[in-house]
Design a protein. Sequence first.
Length: 235
Amino acid sequence: MKIKINDKIFCFPPYISTTWEHVKSLQVENDLISRTDVLVITMSDGSRVKIPHLDQKIIHAIFAAHLKFIEQLSTPATLAQSPVAELSGFPLKLGITGIEGLNQALQHNPAQAELPDLPEEIIGKIAAIAKIVGPEEIEALPQSHEGCNCLHCQIARAIHNSTESSIEAPHETEEIVTDEDLRFRLWDISQNGEKLYTVSNPLDSQEQYSVYLGEPIGCTCGQHNCEHVRAVLNS
């Protein structure tokens, strides 16, 4: 196996062969016995790999490749174009596996704890998917880790937050509209005495009529069986 170091792969046999996303940090320590520099690689799971007797040029090349990988992760455009950000390749398998597919595809990665936030458009699509998934599927997804912004934690946080907000959102009170509310009010009617009423136009306060429901029934408008009388009788 040959040595291969670029912005995606770190292969240095027989010590290590992995992708940079599994590397948490690099540092150089001085071996007191051999008086040489030792490259110490801390992995995302907490384990450490040591590579001794490295030439300074090789050490610089390794650090440069790791830096390039980190810079790519810090670019929002890179995140937006990645397969994780595309719904066609998004690791949410609805159906039999449900959201468990997300847990299998994206594991919590402390090495990505300082990733920039995913675009709002992607977060919105994730939240929309979460709303059509059953509660048991949501419960199968682990909670996000506090202070971590890796892809898994960002997605888990978006899903859990969307379901919590939908539960806590108050239901709007439905206003009941009766037939009486739908009826257009043509006249205002007030009783002034026994069998005596005042009928006025709500749009014109100057238009008023007096209606008497005694014997005989009459209205000051002078018309027999007028609409003012009918309005009083229907009130």
